[in-house]
Ligand binder design. Sequence first.
Ligand SMILES: [Zn+2]
Length: 614
Amino acid sequence: MQKSKISKIQNETKKLLIYLNKEYLRLHAAYENYFWISYMGDHSIDKKKDTALKELDTFKSNHKLFDQVKILIENNKLTKEDKEKLNAWTKFFNCYQTPKHLNILKDKISKLETKMGKVATTRKEGYIDPHSNKFVEASSHKMRGMLRTEKDENLRKAFFLGGEKLAYSNIKNYVKYVGLLNQYAIGLGFADFYEYKIFTEEGMTKNELFKIFDHLYKKTKFAFTSIRKLEKKIPGLRKPWNFSYMMAGDFTMEEDQYFPFEEALIRWGKSFAALGIDFRGSSINLDLLDRKGKYSNGFCHWPVPIHYKDGKRITGLSNFTCNVVYGQVGSAVPGYNTLFHEGGHAAHLLNSEQTEVCLNHEYPPMSTAWAETHSMFLDTLYSSYEWRSRYAKNQKGEIYPFELFKRKIERLSILRPLGLNSIMAICNFEKIVYEEKKLTTDKVIKAAKKIWKKYQDYSEDSLRILTVPHIYSWSSTCSYHGYGLAELALTQWREYFYDKYGYIVDNPKVGEEMARVWKLGASKNFKDFVKIMTGKKLSANAWLKNTTKSLPQILKLAKDRALRLKKVPQLNGPIKLNAKIRMLSGKKNITDNSKSFEDMASKYAVWLKTKRIK
Ligand SMILES: [Zn+2]
């Protein structure tokens, strides 16, 4: 009697788990496929995308399923393994429970989001040429790139103003949007949407977060004084259309030769392979060039996350993208950055070994900070002098010179302490607008200007914050702190690796340790994960120590690390990432790695030549 009762409960649990995994995977994949098509520029399916999202949201907020999980979990006849699986779903459903009356609101929010997305991708982007007085069409990416390298100040100012204009294109919608999101959060018992977001994603309070950020601001704001001093030698430095150009413009141009975009794939593949990164048989689609209508920010999504069928691990599919303007000076570097960053996201979740599919994607219960820790850790790899001393070569085969690194650090080291300021600015801006009881477009503009001024200290106001795409989308709004927390965690991780192994680039031990935590998917919260990965509690110490190093210290360290790397053998033989990779441009399939990674990279390079801007 007793025995059959146990097996009945166990059967019921098994059945429910199979259903949850299968149904969630189906709904997730349906939505993510439309999402990719829409974000790559075909908006004809937007209605279908919205419907798919609604179905997905209905599943996520399903009370009945949640109740079933809760009832089963209380039964003490369950195996430990099944209990853990049910726990994962409890965590998942907890993130999305929506009272019925809020479902209509959620639907309204996603429609408004789609509307804003359409405005942003179909608006006329460009600037008024100060010489001809004519409007010249140019994407926001192109303008931002040219802002860094254009010699003519009048033109730079025109690009800046062209970018500023874009801040207004969704401003009325944005006010409405913030109101709806707040209404949603209040409906769930939170004070505002920011509080709701940080609690569900990171298990943190606003207080905890902004205490860390305020501490960092206070500890690093001395750098503004150094910049104001420098302005006396470089008049006009603090004008927003001058700052990056005058600080780093010539470096952008000088460095460009060491980052030919046609070499990006090979260098990325080699570095990942040398770290021992293994995609474990999964598929990856890459769409790397800027196009009209395409979403204007890099991202990585997983239409098919890792999942299990009959106890067997099934490989996933991940798509990632960026907006390289091929042939534009300085545009390849962000392209390299994307391969490491989004490629890092892809590697992270395609390595998961969690049986429950809800722990294997980027949405809650996954922590944004945790996800970003891995992608940003991998982009610090490529941006380090250590990596450059081995991989960054120009057409003549000359390696990125230490002398260039030295000059760059000498000029830019005064900015290092401010490295988190643009992130903290966006978070503080969102904190203000979501806490505002009666938000208006004027208040949004005022807050955007005030905060940008506080965190950038430019001599003119700017609405740059309003052109950051993250603030217009449910999944990324009020989540920008994830990048800041990740920066702290990854610096702590780098310190840990250097202490333990003495080097990071091309170190398979580093890859091994990464894979060990990647297996865990979203099974823990951010703070616990940091402890597991570095053996220490999350703190800002490593970050502050690193960014406030003296100039001689930075130079010596870079030299030592490059020297250490010389002793490490380079990857020999073919690049093997154990992934099926396709290179796409919208719906066009350009090439793939079915023959070899090297073959794909060379075919892609040939195709790139046809896309070079004049
Ligand atoms: Zn990211």
